[in-house]
Ligand binder design. Sequence first.
Ligand SMILES: Cc1cc2nc3c(=O)[nH]c(=O)nc-3n(C[C@H](O)[C@H](O)[C@H](O)COP(=O)(O)O)c2cc1C
Length: 401
Amino acid sequence: MTAHSRRIRRCGVVMIEPREEFELDVAGLFAGTQATRARVRMVALAPHAGDEIELDEAEVAALGRLGDTEWVERDALAGRVPDAVVERLLAKGLFIGDGESDAPMRARDDTVRGVHWKPLSAVAHAFSRWHEAGVDEDVRITRHRTLTELIRESGPPPPHVTSRAAPEARQPLPAPRATAIDAILARRATCRNFDTAGTLDLARFSDLLQRVVGCQAEVEILPGTKALKKAHPSGGSLHPLEAYLVVQRVEGVAPGLYHYHVTTHALEPVATLEPAALRDFAMRCVAGQDFFADAHALLIVTARFERTFWKYRSHPKAYRAIVLEAGHVSQNLYLTATELGMGAFVTAAINEVDIEDMFALDALRESPLAVLGFGPRAPAKTMLEFDPLGKVWDSDALKPA
Ligand SMILES: Cc1cc2nc3c(=O)[nH]c(=O)nc-3n(C[C@H](O)[C@H](O)[C@H](O)COP(=O)(O)O)c2cc1C
């Protein structure tokens, strides 16, 4: 496959994790000494390659003998790395060749370089993405375990409050003065009970999108270069976040998948799915959390990393800044939905890979960070919500307060 490549170099980003795994020890089992045996595998994590790659010792050593900048004549490497090892690393995509058959992997590698990923961030992002998680499990049982169960398994959590001074050294602060935002903040609670029988009116759907992901102004900073003003802050004012929608029950909007066009405040149709396929995709989005998939609309927040990394090249904080930004969008959505009399949620338990596939996103350039959802609450609560103030649900009647 790679026989034609004359020059090679190492891929731009690869990290190696010595990973201990336990396997069945049949001999030990019969001897009655041990049932499992530890084994350490060398796992290469290279974002452009997509999947984890197992390496042997010779391959690990070879990765240290070829740089990732200069192209080197393959023959020049012959004395230092056995030809078979070079061939295997080319096939695994960790050595990049300049031949025609190497072009697809070289293009992936060029993307990692060209987007200006910081290597640690690229690895963290690429290998924390899920594919088909929660599809075949009942996550109410597997993931939503009670606090009592968790404490039984792991002991108590770290304390809920911390202190750095003696009580008498604390300076008491004046009681907060009531303002309009208090009522909204007090009523904000993660909604796990959406009204599956009803629809969301177009007016509230539109209001929410405009406030949360829409822009308030489009400013020409330099001729041909524009910036957006939005409700949330953005590192470098670059606003790399995009909004995609899974519309399930919104009046006047055909159920389906959309991209939100920010400067015109409009929906761009991406796909129309049959009801069963739409529900299946909504479930994939939230990794099987059916109470979230019930929301009238899901809002997928993706990041166009290359936009922020254009300024913050290979920057150790750039990825973190983008993730933080998604948190701002989430809270704005919670507060806006609450003010409009709706429930809202955020989850990071999402199947990024399924979402990328559906919206044709290249994960190295643009990828989901969170899935949010909103819509009117159900008339009665069946799934747990955290509402200790009783501002959302009437605790006796189990109805929205
Ligand atoms: C980043 C993030 C991810 C979350 N993911 C989930 C989730 O996967 N499933 C879920 O039921 N709740 C999820 N939540 C909601 C929390 O469980 C919820 O905020 C917490 O229980 C406190 O309740 P409250 O939001 O009503 O105050 C998430 C919250 C955040 C901030």
